[in-house]
Write a protein that binds this ligand. Structure first.
Ligand SMILES: [Zn+2]
Length: 67
């Protein structure tokens, strides 16, 4: 999943991350947990610090509710 377009960045009130255990091409990820479900997850170090960090599973559920 890529959240990289300017429009998506503008409306970013959450930061989407991958659940721990999912494949990643990066080796410098920061480990943490999903703000919503508490599942172990990892984030890019440059991810915004302010918005809640949520895992992809929570994001998809949230995005689905908004439609
Ligand atoms: Zn979650």
């Amino acid at each position: 999943m890529k959240i990289a377009t300017p429009e998506q960045a503008e409306m970013a009130d959450i930061v989407v991350c991958c659940r721990k255990g999912e494949p990643t091409q990066f080796t410098d990820n920061e480990e943490g947990e999903c703000s919503w479900c508490g599942h172990a997850a990892f984030f890019r170090p440059h991810a915004p610090k302010t918005p809640p960090r949520v895992c992809g599973t929570c994001f998809l559920a949230w995005a689905g509710q908004r439609q």
